[in-house]
Design a binder for this molecule. Structure first.
Ligand code: HEM
Ligand code: HEM
Length: 142
């Protein structure tokens, strides 16, 4: 596996643990409100699930397509932006719940959105239909 894949999967697992701890905290305390639900939701869906998909996709889709990833550099930039964006979004929800200011959250939401677009571009330029599998010769009839 490439470093990108390993780091996306490591990050995904860390977000999963944090998201689950937040979920347990909400169940335990009995308060499931702002900003806990939002952080729990997005650590689960953008952190755990999306980052696991990014990591596995960077490994497997070039192999399925029979050609290398279009850009390793773009994938590295995406790894940084996805993490900066998600942590910033979480901090933004905390700020929003404190003083109602949206700016911080919007900036990091855009960073997260850019990271997703970079992934999509890299994959569009990588994936290609693989040539058909060679047919097995028909068994000899006696
Ligand atoms: C130990 C595991 C988990 C616990 C204890 C937990 C707990 C919670 C709690 C207490 C809420 C707030 C519910 C409410 O009062 O509205 C919530 C919301 C939510 N959880 Fe989890 N959760 C867990 C795992 C997950 C996972 C694995 C996912 C997704 C992959 C997930 C996705 C969501 C979403 C999307 C919401 C928001 C739903 C809404 O908008 O009302 N949760 N969770
Ligand atoms: C750049 C990426 C994303 C941004 C900026 C974003 C932003 C937001 C915002 C602002 C809300 C409303 C929060 C509130 O005020 O209650 C929200 C809710 C929600 N989002 Fe996202 N989101 C993103 C990606 C995703 C993805 C990829 C998923 C699912 C795979 C998702 C699932 C949800 C769900 C289930 C809710 C409703 C539950 C909640 O309030 O947390 N989001 N999102």
């Amino acid at each position: 596996m490439s470093n990108i894949t390993v780091w996306f999967i490591r990050c995904a697992m860390i977000y999963f643990v944090v998201a689950i701890l937040l979920g347990l905290h909400m169940s335990w305390v009995g308060y499931a409100g702002y900003p806990y639900i939002q952080i729990h939701t997005h650590f689960n869906l953008l952190g755990w699930m999306s980052m696991m998909i990014f990591g596995v996709a960077y490994h497997i889709l070039p192999r399925f397509s029979g050609r290398p990833l279009w850009s390793d550099k773009l994938a590295l930039v995406q790894l940084y932006l996805a993490n900066i964006g998600l942590i910033g979004m979480a901090a933004g929800w905390v700020i929003l719940s404190g003083n109602g200011s949206k700016g911080f959250h919007i900036v990091f939401s855009l960073v997260e959105a850019v990271s997703i677009v970079l992934f999509v571009i890299n994959m569009f330029l990588t994936i290609k239909a693989a040539p058909p599998m060679p047919q097995k010769p028909a068994p000899d009839k006696k």
